[in-house]
Design a protein around this ligand. Structure first.
Ligand code: DAK
Length: 259
């Protein structure tokens, strides 16, 4: 990765691509060019054959304290409609490879919404999640009301969204919003360990399992199972299915190639 980015750090560690939000002085407040950079790089990683898993994290003491309020303060509705920046944001949801989020410190507003775009979330003990939009006289607009509700159910989501209160890492774990709480100093190390572990799995299986799980959120059980079945059949067209099963029979480790 030799391109220079202004608001993010990008690195490649074997088969794990890492995007670190990098405006630590303003707690990684997400401005518009940062959204463009994040989406550009995640999509590049998604197309890069070497990359199997993507990790998203923040430099400094926060994951991200929300969208950049200085940038938003004077915005008007028509300007936002014409900017149409949510189409760019929505492309994160189309990424095929697993995205693992590592959250330390604040994940607020748009920062929480970005974390909720991840497939797996690890958080440090000091992580705080919340939607402070209500105290700014606005509301979440990048998926927060929808994704939080699908994860924790209507009543609890309503409470967090209407109060704007901050959820601790342990509360987020309790409500099924995140996967693990980890000591702060080990957060990145443990996240990378996990990313490397799943990066060794058959790439096409990773891809189609992610796609099928996401369908479970939107589809009825019947529709979801039809979708799952098509993906199941599809994997029998792959070389990796032959290799995986042959390796089992020959009592050796499979050598997956993503084909
Ligand atoms: N925007 C701009 N600057 C921010 C910021 C933010 N969201 N959050 C923090 N900063 C800046 C502070 O102004 C401060 O800058 P200096 O004064 O040092 O120049 C620096 O970061 C450190 O912050 P604090 O001094 O406030 O640090 P504390 O530890 O005392 O407090 C805090 C941390 C996170 C509790 C506090 O900074 C805070 O309340 N921050 C604002 C949280 C918030 O309301 N976030 C915005 C929610 S609205 C979209 C996608 C998403 C969204 C919109 C559009 N599209 C794709 C179109 C989302 C909207 C939102 O997120």
């Amino acid at each position: 990765m030799n391109k220079e980015y202004q608001f993010i750090d990008v690195s490649l560690h074997g088969s794990v691509g890492v995007v670190a939000l990098n405006r630590p002085k303003v707690l990684n407040a997400i401005n518009r060019p940062m959204v463009t950079e994040i989406v550009t790089v995640i999509e590049e990683f998604d197309r890069n054959e070497q990359v199997k898993v993507i990790v998203l994290c923040g430099n400094g003491r926060a994951f991200a304290a929300g969208a950049d309020i200085d940038e938003m303060a004077e915005a008007n509705a028509i300007e936002l409609e014409l900017l149409n920046q949510f189409t760019e944001w929505d492309r994160i949801a189309w990424v095929k490879k697993p995205i693992i989020g590592a959250v330390q410190g604040f994940a607020l507003g748009g920062g929480f919404e970005l974390a909720l775009c991840c497939d797996i979330l690890f958080a440090a003990h000091d992580a705080e999640f919340g939607f402070p939009e209500i105290s700014l006289g606005v509301m979440p607009g990048a998926g927060g009301t929808q994704r939080l509700t699908k994860l924790m159910g209507k009543s609890k989501a309503m409470e967090w969204l209407l109060t704007g209160d901050r959820m601790s890492a342990n509360e987020a774990l309790h409500y099924g919003v995140i996967n693990r709480v980890i000591a702060k100093e080990l957060l990145l190390e443990e996240t990378m360990k996990f990313a490397n572990k799943i990066a060794k799995q058959a790439p096409l299986s990773l891809r189609l399992i992610k796609e099928s799980v996401l369908k479970a959120v939107d589809y009825s059980l019947y529709e979801g199972m039809q979708y799952e079945r098509k993906n199941f059949y599809l994997l029998f067209a792959s070389k990796d299915q032959k290799e995986g099963m042959q390796a089992f029979i020959e009592k050796r480790k499979p050598n997956f190639e993503g084909e």
